[in-house]
Write a protein that binds this ligand. Sequence first.
Ligand code: NAD
Length: 301
Amino acid sequence: MSLVGFIGLGQMGAHMARNLIKHGHKLIVYDVNAKVLEQFKADGATIAKFPADVAAASKDIVTMLPSSPHVKLVYTGDGGLLETLQPNSLCMDSSTIDQMVSVEMALALRQKQASYVDAPVSGGVVGAQNATLTFMVGGGDEQPVFDRAHTFLSKMGKNIVNCGKVGNGQAAKICNNMMLGISMIGVSETMNLGIRMGLDAKLLASILNTSSGRCWSSDTYNPVPGVIEGIPPSKEYQGGFGSALMAKDLSLAQNAATATHAPTPLGSMAHQIYRLLAQDPNFSQKDFGVVYQFLKEEAKK
Ligand code: NAD
């Protein structure tokens, strides 16, 4: 099997890369965090000094980076992928970024006779670990490109959805996360209200989860510590999906809403709430379920 490139070994990327290794792929990896590179070296991966080294060594490259500026830097910056990208390469970007940046990257890669798909994911860190992610693939309107991406993505996820043209994966992901941000705040304020009214948290969650209020934020990722064991809210909100990343996704949704004249009043409200969390050092790096603690503290003021 040929060498696969992987750039961005954070909460999500490290698990995804390890799943490729489990399936027998040899990896060449890059991250700005030297510590994580050491761990991958110990697992047998080749370590790159720059993204350009990855593109020089591999024609199938996955990127999993925080946001649009990071993706632009890794692809088009000094020492970036584009400097050494080989013809007939395929870059699969699983970061959640601005739809237009995905389109821009695809055009830049086309100049190099290479292909690009945006392939953002849903399923969280547990989905990344268990290879059960949903990939929303934009750029799969060219079937051979989708089939090639599928070979790698199917080793890291369970549902690989062909969304059509480049950028459509980001559109689907941004819509999903706007709904997720709204629902997480909704569950958090509901749980806080019920507990203040004297209800036991687990009892309230069990009722919500068999009633019409049920959603993923209540039954799979309940933000109240101790309601569901093993998820970030029960581990002091460590790991998981950072509040600053949720604020970023909600800002992408607001940009898209402005550009398309779509009314998104609740999305806008959720964006403002997560912006407050993202600016607060007590909350910004914690899992986005920490909005429950934020609301609890607001209630004490
Ligand atoms: P993270 O911050 O944990 O990981 C990002 C990694 O990228 C880090 O290891 C960081 O060192 C590395 N990095 C940053 N700049 C870099 C650069 N210039 N070159 C190389 N590496 C660089 O983030 P994450 O939680 O793994 O999320 C990654 C992406 O996936 C984000 O776009 C996020 O919105 C999305 N996402 C996250 C989750 C989740 O539950 N965490 C779920 C779905 C989607």
